[in-house]
Design a protein around this ligand. Structure first.
Ligand SMILES: [Zn+2]
Length: 54
């Protein structure tokens, strides 16, 4: 868990803001967690855009 996960969970962060934050924090997070955050952002984008929902 990092600040991005916490704010995404609280819906205080949009996926676009999350991607920007991830770009800044990428060097401080381990690779596995970066992948996890990217997955969460992808899920958030799907929810934000009904056209991308399965
Ligand atoms: Zn995290």
């Amino acid at each position: 868990m990092c600040i991005i996960c916490i704010d995404l969970a609280k819906q205080k962060l949009t996926s676009a803001e999350g991607r920007r934050a991830l770009g800044e924090m990428r060097g401080q997070l381990d690779a596995a967690h970066v992948a996890e955050v990217e997955q969460k952002l992808a899920d958030a984008e799907k929810l934000a855009d009904p056209a991308k929902r399965p």
